[in-house]
Write a protein that binds this ligand. Structure first.
Ligand code: NDP
Length: 349
């Protein structure tokens, strides 16, 4: 039974083989003691930028931290192979934020009952969707896009404009399409020309640009219109946030979903500072809202599952998955994700 463990806290970009490593252990699938719980086979794992926060062993953030020398976990779907628990039966599919990155794992009855994982739920699968979709557009990233727009913006203002960063990513690409669907003009930035093409051709945004080669301020000035940009969906922070502040509309709304430009910061290479933040918030009377998807699950999970899988099945929302195969792909995939070397939602099957 292979699993991916964290050896020590990475400094800067995680290194596979040094910080993260695959190890072998044995598990007897017929006789493993379940203590009233369930035996799980991992079907698909999601690799998400937020897992980098869980690697900050011993530091405080919104993410629960990994323990050195122990397997790491993330969003995933597993199949129940054996069950001694009344709520679960053989063949059920379980979605959880704490899916262990191992081929097989056991959750004892006490662990099942004590789980505080808000995402711990049975997957009610729409047959036309791939199982990987349940960790991408029909899973947590989809919920993030959907729930944040509903909860923070609600109805888009008439003639509004939204700027989305990391827009070709798992969350960003869905935000772009949901905002378009709601009638907003969408400006999108991403880090490669291929991602820009995807945004233009598949997501039908109004303007997409490569923030690594374009002048972000000039783009926002040209496409933000005279009154400025009403909404900013930020996955990144750093210089693009600073540029938005220069082009924000009065009463603009900023959804802070992620700060990926700061995730690998170290003392020697700190996160970029945002110089004009308080002044712009004051002068433009901006509303800045942080968003954590788990806080909105109770309220919105049901509506999400009634709407999103259908939109995906009918091809109304397009999304890309970068599907890697096998346990060997987990560690290198995590590094690629943090470097931006992937095309679409990073999943491992
Ligand atoms: P993505 O699929 O967007 O993958 C990450 C992307 O971030 C990379 O492909 C890269 O895209 C971009 N990136 C990486 N490093 C930098 C950098 N230094 N500066 C600018 N861009 C960078 O990930 P997700 O869609 O899954 O997540 C997007 C964001 O949302 C993350 O910050 C994540 O932590 C956050 N998130 C927050 C949630 C919440 O509840 N608040 C829930 C889910 C995600 P590119 O090539 O375009 O630069």
């Amino acid at each position: 039974n292979q699993s991916l463990i964290i050896v020590k806290e990475p400094q800067g970009m995680p290194k596979y083989g040094e910080d993260l490593k695959l190890v072998d252990s044995s598990i007897n699938l017929e006789s493993a003691d379940l203590q009233g719980g369930i035996l799980l086979k991992t079907i698909t794992m999601s690799l998400d930028p937020t897992l980098r926060n869980s690697m900050r062993i011993g530091q405080k953030s919104y993410a629960r931290h990994y323990e050195a020398g122990k397997p790491i976990w993330g969003f995933g779907v597993s199949e129940v192979l054996r069950s001694e628990h009344p709520k679960w039966k053989k063949g059920d599919l379980l979605h959880s934020r704490e899916t262990i990155m191992a081929q097989y794992s056991v959750l004892t009855g006490a662990q099942v009952d004590a789980s505080t994982d808000e995402f711990f739920a049975k997957v009610d699968r729409v047959p036309e969707l791939n199982i990987t979709n349940y960790v991408s557009a029909a899973g947590m990233p989809g919920m993030t896009a959907w729930m944040s727009l509903k909860a923070i913006i609600g109805d888009f203002k008439k003639d509004s404009t939204i700027f989305v960063t990391s827009a070709a990513g798992a969350v960003g690409s869905l935000v772009c399409q949901l905002a378009k669907e709601a009638g907003s003009k969408v400006i999108a930035s991403a880090g490669s020309d291929d991602k820009v093409r995807f945004l233009q051709e598949d997501c039908h945004v109004d303007r997409a640009f490569n923030y690594k080669t374009a002048d972000v301020n000039a783009e926002l000035a040209a496409f933000g219109g005279e009154k400025g940009i009403d909404y900013f969906f930020d996955n990144v922070g750093g210089p693009q946030l600073e540029a938005y502040l220069n082009h924000a509309a009065v009463y603009g709304v900023v959804i802070v979903c992620g700060v990926i430009s700061a995730y690998n910061a170290t003392a020697d290479s700190p996160a970029p500072a945002i110089k004009n933040f308080p002044t712009s918030v004051l002068v433009k009377q901006l509303t800045v809202r942080g968003f954590i998807v788990s806080s909105f699950l109770k309220e919105q999970r049901e509506t999400f599952f009634k709407s999103m899988p259908g939109l995906l099945r009918d091809g109304k929302i397009k999304f890309r998955e970068d599907v890697r195969e096998g346990m060997d792909a987990l560690g290198p995939g995590m590094v690629d994700l943090l470097k931006g070397d992937h095309n679409g939602k990073m999943v491992v099957l």
